[in-house]
Design a protein around this ligand. Structure first.
Ligand SMILES: [Fe+2]
Length: 396
């Protein structure tokens, strides 16, 4: 078994306005002849997407346009996508979109080069050993083109897929699932509406925050995490307020990329507890993080006081003259204030979100790998308390 901290990223990350105009050139450089182009139906109809098609055609490349992407990619979709990939004789994969589309593209790649269904390729305990994955062969050369600034999937080696047979969301991927090229073009993110901009941007912020105090943190992830926190804090509000603010869009895409690289650590308890709010109440990923951030950060503080103070500073809090614990608490305060400033809710309410589900949510969250990346591992009762603290009447 291999040991040590693993830090990975795509071979090339190309950043700048208009870089997707060169997509065809990158496919040629990867030795491709026929592209499996993965996106969703909505994006496929946009002018921004046509730029990618034009670039492929300009290089004389063939392509198959695959648009069967959903918010939550399922094992059946991935298996079916791979059948088409093979039947069409494709040799390069391009994913265009938010995290779900990019995960679909990479997941299809996993079973293009590894035997069995994607169901045979779920990874247990991925955080503890990123080398130890059931898939052994590298995915086909893959290009990622994100259209949101949040997910980090474009610079990461993991995918999230729903296992429909056993009804859970699991991780696939590992070292062999890293894309070759990430084309990070801020112009591709301009069509995002304000609410999606806020939710995906806050997701990126939490990726960076959880990386900064993660059990598997390392100097390389620290560097990206703290820079991402600063950048997202400074620019997300502007991107939400005015989607055409290109400086804000550029900085947000850069911040999300830094956060994605910081996430070489994996995620932690804000993610694993938030995931249950999606499955039980249908809340979006970004919303769940805004709700769980306050309680979880305060729960974690005793394990990483100095790091909480660093985060509070990075988010503009004045901690001079405060005691250490008071200064550290400013990280939780800042995270909640910031979420509300971009229009995200930070609480649950008993009318819409039945507290009777707390017990089962805590049980499932305790089994999630991300929980074990947290600097403080909760007991079941402690996790139940964190969910209770997420209700508005508790906080009032
Ligand atoms: Fe996330």
């Amino acid at each position: 078994m291999l040991t040590g901290n693993l830090f990975m990223g795509p071979e090339r990350m190309v950043f700048g306005r208009g870089v997707v105009h060169d997509t065809g050139t990158y496919v040629r450089q990867l030795g491709g002849e026929k592209v499996f182009l993965v996106t969703d139906k909505l994006l496929a109809g946009l002018d921004a997407f046509k730029v990618i098609i034009d670039s492929l055609e300009k290089e004389g490349l063939k392509y198959y346009l695959y648009t069967d992407c959903d918010v939550n990619p399922t094992d059946n979709q991935i298996d079916n996508g791979c059948r088409i990939y093979k039947k069409e004789g494709c040799d390069v994969i391009i994913g265009v979109g938010g995290g779900s589309n990019l995960d679909t593209a990479k997941s299809i790649g996993i079973i293009a080069t590894n035997p069995g269904s994607i169901r045979d390729n779920f990874v247990p305990n991925y955080v503890t050993n990123p080398y130890d994955t059931p898939n052994k062969n590298a995915i086909p050369p893959t290009i990622m083109i994100p259209t949101t600034a949040g997910t980090g999937s474009d610079v990461g080696c993991w995918t999230v897929v729903t296992n429909t047979a056993e009804n859970y969301k699991g991780f696939c991927g590992g070292w062999m699932c890293m894309p070759k090229v990430a084309l990070l073009d801020p112009e591709m993110t301009v069509s995002m509406p304000p609410k999606l901009t806020a939710a995906t941007g806050y997701d990126a912020l939490i990726h960076a925050f959880e990386a900064y105090y993660h059990r598997y943190k390392m100097p390389l992830t620290d560097m990206y995490a703290i820079s991402a926190i600063r950048r997202i804090f400074n620019y997300l509000g502007r991107a939400v307020a005015n989607g055409s603010d290109m400086e804000a869009r550029e900085q947000m895409l850069l911040g999300a990329t830094e956060a994605g690289l910081a996430m070489n650590t994996g995620c932690a308890l804000i993610h694993s507890s938030g995931l249950q709010l999606t499955s039980k109440f249908g809340l979006s990923h970004g919303e769940t993080l805004a709700i769980m951030a306050g309680p979880v950060i305060r729960f974690n503080t005793m394990a990483c006081v100095e790091r909480m103070i660093d985060v509070a500073r990075a988010m503009g809090e004045n901690v001079e003259g405060l005691g250490k614990l008071e200064a550290a608490d400013r990280a939780a305060v800042a995270m909640q204030k910031f979420a509300r400033s971009v229009g995200l809710l930070t609480t649950l309410n008993k009318k819409e979100h039945d507290p009777a589900k707390i017990k089962v949510m805590a049980e499932i969250a305790l089994q999630n790998d991300n929980t074990y990346g947290n600097p403080r591992i909760p007991k079941a009762e402690e996790l139940e308390t964190l969910y209770r603290q997420a209700y508005d009447d508790y906080q009032a």
